[in-house]
Design a protein around this ligand. Structure first.
Ligand SMILES: Nc1nc2c(ncn2[C@@H]2O[C@H](COP(=O)(O)OP(=O)(O)OP(=O)(O)O)[C@@H](O)[C@H]2O)c(=O)[nH]1
Ligand SMILES: [Mg+2]
Length: 475
């Protein structure tokens, strides 16, 4: 049995190319040119869906109908008194290439056996020209699926008129928004192909199976990337030797502290961007940007109370998670994360009380003095260390901010061509919905990371919590 193929057809600018780009996750403008210029697609372009070297299905992007009413008349004239059918369309294709180049190009693959995916924008009123397109497609005799791809507001009665008319001519009518469809909608569209043409059942079912498998794999890799990101962020410290002049000159020390704090946050931002880039790559986004969006950083400005209120866990949840984590981890939690984080030989607060004032609200990183072991006798070897922010909510805010971006990536359709940044969909905490036992699992592991000794034995469990979270409906 030959590979099933489906031609995506419709009026110029209906969103045919965008539909395919979203369906097949192609955001490459060289491969699929989505553009507001009508008549952008001028040739039939084949898009094979290949898994492990095997082409399971083939889609064809086509030029849009330009003169449907005239083309319909030409076909009717070939039919004479007969009911128009595939033979008359075939004759039209053979003889009318010069006058109707676009119509001929788009009809050719259908006459060669491709199923029809007819894309319409129902925000346009249903006019005669569309009816002509539908008639021509009906005359090809091929299985037909109509897709409503609204590009603007659609008055309810107008949508009803479209659905009724399409329902009379097409085997199935479905909605598919090329600018917002997510995995589930893409999957549903492919499943619909089963309903219009049973002959391709085996190939389409295999495609769905492979897609699901691959989607799960991606999610697992995303969970891994997020675990790595959390670990790296929680272990991050900025060290700087403290010399005698620092201690003697308060302004010099202040400057040094400011620089270190700045460096800490820039490093943290770089770790975050790395993770977002990994997620973008996993989900095949090239146009979407991980960085440089100022609004994103507003979202993770740890110096604002708003961040701590909005994201992470609320106070009650935090206490509960801390209590669940129990034991030594609980002690770290109570004392403020990071206090024991440098292990033996660490002295806290040796520089004096001014530090607390420097870090607004106590939520910014703690600055510590680390005594460098045996060198202490010689008076040197003291280190300033900027570690993770003291707020127990810090790991949760990090996780929340990454989950929200993950959600933003999943919601971004590949058919969109506006260059954009990954944005959280809504500023709603996702970690707050976690069941308390899972929060406890994460809190224990967070505490171990903050102490500088990630608990490797807990990693599989942490990974599982994240994998479950990424597959939950809230994400
Ligand atoms: N808002 C919105 N715009 C869309 C949608 N689908 C497509 N567009 C826009 O409509 C314009 C045309 O999209 P294309 O996918 O290039 O349309 P086409 O049918 O392939 O056009 P031709 O190749 O010129 O026949 C582009 O500016 C798209 O961004 C959609 O679902 N929503
Ligand atoms: Mg196109």
């Amino acid at each position: 049995m030959s590979t099933p193929s489906f031609a995506v057809v419709g009026r110029v600018n209906a969103g045919k190319t965008a539909t395919l780009a979203t369906l097949l996750e192609v955001d490459d403008n060289d491969l699929l040119r989505v553009s507001s210029t009508p008549g952008e697609t001028t040739r039939v372009q084949e898009l094979p869906v290949v898994y492990q070297g095997e082409t399971l299905v083939r889609f064809l992007d086509t030029p849009g109908f330009q003169q449907p009413v005239e083309a319909m008349r030409a076909i009717l004239s070939f039919a004479g008194n007969e009911t128009p059918g595939p033979d008359h369309v075939r004759r039209f294709v053979a003889e009318c290439g010069e006058r109707f180049p676009d119509e001929v190009r788009l009809l050719e693959p259908i006459l060669n056996g491709a199923g029809v995916l007819y894309v319409v924008d129902p925000s346009n009123p249903l006019r005669d020209a569309f009816v002509a397109e539908m008639e021509i497609l009906r005359w090809t005799g091929q299985p037909r699926l109509a897709l409503l791809n609204p590009q603007g507001e659609v008055p309810p009665d107008q949508e009803a008129a479209w659905r009724e008319r399409l329902g009379a001519t097409f085997n199935l009518v479905r909605s598919f928004d090329a600018h917002s469809a997510r995995y589930e909608e893409r999957r549903r569209l492919l499943e619909s192909l089963l309903q219009i043409d049973e002959r391709h059942g085996t190939a389409i079912r295999r495609l769905l199976e492979k897609m699901d498998h691959e989607w799960t794999e991606r999610r697992e890799q995303a969970a891994e990337a997020i675990v790595d990101f959390l670990e790296e962020s929680l272990l991050l410290r900025v060290h700087e030797p403290l010399d005698e002049r620092d201690e003697g000159l308060p302004s010099r020390l202040e400057r040094k502290k400011a620089e270190m704090s700045d460096r800490y946050f820039r490093k943290l931002a770089a770790i975050e961007q790395d993770c977002v880039s990994t997620l973008l790559k996993l989900y095949r986004h090239h146009l979407l940007k991980a960085d440089n969006d100022p609004s994103l950083h507003e979202g993770l400005d740890l110096s604002t109370d708003e961040t701590w209120r909005k994201w992470g866990l609320n106070r009650t949840q935090l206490s509960a998670a801390g209590a669940l984590a129990g034991g030594a981890a609980g002690a770290v939690f109570d004392l403020g994360v990071g206090i024991h984080s440098l292990g033996a030989g660490t002295v806290i607060g040796a520089i004096g009380g001014g530090i607390a004032a420097f870090f607004k609200g106590g939520s910014l990183p703690e600055l510590k003095v680390k005594l460098g072991g045996i060198k202490l006798a010689g008076g040197d070897g003291k280190n300033l260390v900027v570690g993770p922010p003291g707020s127990p909510n810090f790991p949760w805010v990090l996780l929340d901010s990454m989950l929200l971006r993950y959600q933003g990536i999943l919601h971004r359709a590949h058919g969109r061509r506006d260059i954009d940044f990954v944005k959280p969909l809504a500023a709603e905490s996702l970690v707050r919905t976690l069941p308390s036992d899972q929060r406890g699992t994460l809190q224990k592991w967070f505490s171990s990371c903050l102490k500088g000794t990630p608990d490797r034995a807990k990693e599989p469990e942490v990974y599982q919590v994240l994998a479950d979270l990424l597959s939950s409906n809230s994400v």
